[in-house]
Design a binder for this molecule. Structure first.
Ligand code: APR
Length: 238
C-alpha cells in the first residue's frame, strides 16, 4: 500500500488463544459455565463480590502460567520498527502485548494486573489475588478495591485517543476478535469512513468480516508474523 503511514491495530482474545488463554465465545469460551451478567457487570459485583473476585483472581493467576506467542512478538516488533504512527488497541485484559515488548498500546477494556479503589478512585498495579477487595495501597481502605476491568454497561477506556488514531489511520487491522462487542466492533466502519484500508486477521470470518477490504484466515501466530514481515518489507500488497 503506497503512502502507508498511520496504522491502528485492534486485538481481541484470539490473539492470546495460542498462548493458552481462553477466548470468550465459542465451544471452550470463557463465558462457558458463567453467565456474563453473573461475573462481568457492575450489578454482579454489587450482588456477589466474592464470586466476581474469584473469577478474576483465577484469570489473574493464569497470567503467570502463559507466555506471549508469535503474534504478540511480531506486533511488538512492528511497534518498535514502524517509523509512522502506530497504535495497538487491545480488548484483552492480559499483559501479553506488553510482555512481548509493545509500547504504543492501549487497554480499552482494562487490565487484570490493575486494581481500582472505589473509595479514593486511584488505579494501581495489582499482582496476586484481590480476595475480597484487598487493601488500597493509596488510601489503605480495606475491601474497596475492584478489578480494573471494563464490565458490560461501562464505558471503555481511552476512547478519545482511539477515535483520533482511527480517524487518521491509513490502515486498520483487526486481529482475533469476533466483532460481537461494541464500540470496538464499530471501529472498522469508522476507519473506512475516514479513508483507511481495512484488514481482518482471524481464525474464521468475524461478525463484521464484510466491512473489511481484505481478510486473512488462519491462526494469529502464523498470519500476524507473515503480515508484519510484509509491512516492514514495504510490500505494496499490505
Ligand atoms: N488465531 C486467530 N483468531 C482466533 C484464534 C487464533 N488462534 N483463536 C480464536 N480466534 C478468533 C475466534 O474465531 C473469534 O472470532 O478470535 C475471536 C475471539 O472472539 P471472542 O471470544 O468474542 O473475543 P473478543 O472478540 O476479544 O471479545 C470481545 O467481549 O466479553 C467481552 O470484554 C470481553 O474483550 C472482550 C470482548
Amino acid at each position: 500500500m503506497s503512502n502507508l503511514r498511520n496504522i491502528v491495530i485492534l486485538t481481541g482474545a484470539g490473539t492470546s488463544a495460542e498462548s493458552g488463554l481462553a477466548t470468550f465465545r465459542g465451544p471452550d469460551g470463557l463465558w462457558e459455565g458463567h453467565r456474563v451478567e453473573d461475573v462481568a457487570t457492575p450489578q454482579a459485583f454489587a450482588r456477589d463480590p466474592a464470586l466476581v473476585h474469584n473469577f478474576y483472581d483465577a484469570r489473574r493467576a493464569r497470567l503467570a502460567e502463559v507466555e506471549p506467542n508469535a503474534a504478540h512478538t511480531a506486533l511488538a516488533r512492528l511497534d518498535a520498527e514502524w517509523p509512522g504512527a502506530l497504535l495497538i488497541v487491545t480488548q484483552n485484559v492480559d499483559d501479553l502485548h506488553e510482555r512481548a515488548g509493545a509500547k504504543r498500546l492501549l487497554h480499552m477494556h482494562g487490565e487484570l494486573a490493575s486494581g481500582w479503589c472505589l473509595r479514593c478512585n486511584e488505579r494501581f498495579g495489582w499482582a496476586g489475588p484481590m480476595g475480597n477487595g484487598g487493601a488500597c495501597p493509596a488510601c489503605q481502605t480495606v475491601g474497596m478495591v475492584r478489578p480494573d476491568i471494563v464490565w458490560f454497561g461501562e464505558m471503555p477506556y481511552e476512547m478519545e485517543r482511539i477515535d483520533q488514531a482511527i480517524v487518521r489511520a491509513d490502515l486498520f487491522v483487526s486481529i482475533g476478535t469476533s466483532g460481537a462487542v461494541y464500540p470496538a466492533a464499530g471501529f472498522v466502519q469508522t476507519a473506512r469512513y475516514h479513508g483507511a484500508r481495512t484488514l481482518e486477521i482471524n481464525l474464521e470470518p468475524s461478525q463484521g468480516s464484510l466491512f473489511f477490504d481484505e481478510r486473512r484466515y488462519g491462526p494469529a501466530s502464523v498470519e500476524v508474523p507473515k503480515w508484519v514481515e510484509e509491512v516492514l518489507a514495504g510490500s505494496p500488497n499490505v
